[in-house]
Ligand binder design. Structure first.
Ligand SMILES: *Cc1c(COP(=O)(O)O)cnc(C)c1O
Length: 395
C-alpha cells in the first residue's frame, strides 16, 4: 500500500479469543463485545473473524450496530446492550436481535411491537446493581416478573449486570454489586422468571472473578489486545492486532548541520539521508492525549517534559520503525508530512514505516487493511455516510 493506513491482524484477534475462551470455566462461553466498531477495529470484520473462530454470541450498544452486524452475515446471538426505543423495535425484532430490558415499561412496549409483527423476541434483563446507568432497580423486579409471565411474545433469554469497578484492586464494591445481582436473580426465580443465561463479567472481571463466569462473559477489551489494567498483564497473554503504517515517499541527501522542519528544531549531526512520510497531526500522529497526572512523580515528569518541549527538546519522543529498526523523527511532526533521519543507504522509497500512533487518537478516516491467515484479506475505507453517522452518534 502507499500513503498511511492501519493494518489489522485478524489472526491476533482470533488468538486473543482463544486465550479468553481457554480461561473460561466449564459451560461458559464468550460473548464478543464489538461495540463502537469493535473499538475502532471494524465491527463486521472482527465479528466475522470471531465467528470463524467459533464465537456464536456478540454484543453491541445500539440497534443500528446490531442491524449492521446482521447485514454483514453475523449469525447467532446479537445482544443490544444499550437502551432502545419503540421506533427501533420492529426492525430489531425482525432481525432477531436480543434486546436489553431496563425498565418494566420496555417489556410492555416490546411485547406490543412483537405481537404487531407476530414475531417472538428474546430479551435480557439488565439489573441495576451499582453502575448507575441502565437497569431494573430491585423494587421494579416484581412488576417486571409479572409482565414477563403474562407476555406471549417476549422471552427472557438472559439476565445480566455490569460492573463499575472490576478493574480496581479493591473488590468490595464489585462484590456488593454481585450480591445485589444474585438477590435479584433469586427474586425473579421466586416469581417464576428463570432466564436461561446469566452474564456479569466484562474483560477485567473475567480475569479476576472466574467464579462468576456463568453462561457468558462479555469481553471486548481483551479481544482487541488491550489490558483493562496493567496489573492484569500477568494473567493472560494477548497480541495487539492494530498497527499504524506509512511509507517512505521522498528521500534526499542532507549535509551535516542542515536545519530540518518548522522552527528549525532539528539539525543533522552527520551527512545523512532524510525521508518524508505522508503522516502527521491530521492522522493523529504525534498528538498526545491530555492525561491527568497520576500522583506527584507523574506531575513532575509531565512538567519536565513540557518545559523541555518549550525549549525545543522532545523528551521521550517516540521513534518510528523501518525494517525492524528504530528511526529518529527529525524535528516537528507536520500536519500531513513527517521527516525522518534515516542515515545513509538504509532505506528506499516505498519502504514501510511503522508509526507509533495511539489507537484512540488515530483519524478514523485512515484506510484499514485486514490480514487473515498471514495474507491480506481486504482493504476498507470508511464511507462518508458512515463517518457522518459516527460523528452524529459521538455527540
Ligand atoms: C463495553 C461493555 C462490555 C465489555 O467491556 P470490556 O471491558 O471491554 O470487556 C461488557 N458489558 C457491557 C454492558 C459493556 O457496555
Amino acid at each position: 500500500m502507499i500513503g498511511t493506513w492501519i493494518d489489522i491482524d485478524l489472526d491476533a484477534v482470533k488468538y486473543n479469543y482463544a486465550q479468553v475462551t481457554a480461561r473460561l470455566t466449564a459451560g461458559s462461553r464468550c460473548m464478543a463485545v464489538v461495540k463502537a466498531d469493535a473499538y475502532g477495529l471494524g465491527a463486521a470484520e472482527v465479528a466475522y473473524a470471531l465467528q470463524e473462530a467459533g464465537c456464536a454470541a456478540f454484543a453491541v450498544t445500539s440497534v443500528a450496530e446490531g442491524l449492521g452486524l446482521r447485514g454483514a452475515g453475523i449469525k447467532g446471538v446479537i445482544l443490544v446492550l444499550g437502551p432502545s426505543v419503540s421506533a427501533q423495535w420492529p426492525e430489531a425484532i425482525q432481525a432477531a436481535l436480543h434486546l436489553t430490558v431496563a425498565t418494566p415499561e420496555m417489556i410492555e412496549g416490546i411485547e406490543q411491537a412483537a405481537r404487531d409483527i407476530l414475531c417472538e423476541v428474546s430479551v435480557h434483563l439488565k439489573l441495576e446493581t451499582g453502575m448507575g446507568r441502565t437497569g431494573l432497580w430491585p423494587e421494579e423486579l416484581a412488576r417486571a416478573a409479572r409482565l414477563l409471565t403474562e407476555a406471549r411474545w417476549v422471552k427472557a433469554a438472559g439476565v445480566y449486570t455490569h460492573f463499575a469497578r472490576a478493574a480496581q484492586r479493591d473488590d468490595r464494591y464489585t462484590r456488593r454489586q454481585y450480591e445485589i445481582f444474585e438477590r435479584g436473580v433469586e427474586q425473579l426465580a421466586a416469581l417464576g422468571v428463570t432466564p436461561s443465561w446469566r452474564h456479569v463479567c466484562n474483560s477485567a472481571a473475567l480475569l479476576s472473578y472466574p467464579q462468576w463466569h456463568h453462561d457468558f462473559v462479555r469481553s471486548g477489551t481483551l479481544l482487541i489486545g488491550h489490558y483493562p489494567h496493567p496489573a492484569l498483564r500477568g494473567k493472560i497473554s494477548l497480541r495487539d492486532p492494530w498497527q499504524a503504517k506509512s511509507t517512505v515517499q521522498y528521500l534526499r541527501q542532507a549535509p551535516r548541520g542542515a536545519y530540518v522542519g518548522y522552527q528549525s528544531l532539528y539539525k543533522t549531526r552527520t551527512d545523512t539521508e532524510l525521508a518524508v512520510i505522508p503522516a502527521g497531526y491530521a492522522d493523529g500522529f504525534g498528538v498526545a492525549p491530555h492525561l491527568t497526572p497520576q500522583g506527584l512523580l507523574d506531575l513532575g515528569k509531565v512538567l519536565l517534559k513540557n518545559i523541555a518541549a518549550y525549549c525545543g527538546i522532545y523528551l521521550g519522543q517516540e521513534r518510528v520503525m523501518i525494517k525492524g529498526r528504530p528511526v529518529k523523527i527529525a524535528g516537528k511532526i507536520g500536519m500531513q508530512l513527517t521527516i525522518l533521519d534515516v542515515g545513509n543507504g538504509f532505506c528506499q522509497i516505498g519502504d514501510e514505516v511503522v508509526i507509533p500512533l495511539r489507537r484512540t487518537l488515530a483519524n478514523p478516516r485512515l484506510p484499514r487493511r485486514y490480514w487473515s491467515d498471514g495474507r491480506v484479506l481486504c482493504e476498507r475505507r470508511i464511507r462518508e455516510e458512515e463517518m457522518n453517522l459516527q460523528e452524529n452518534t459521538a455527540e
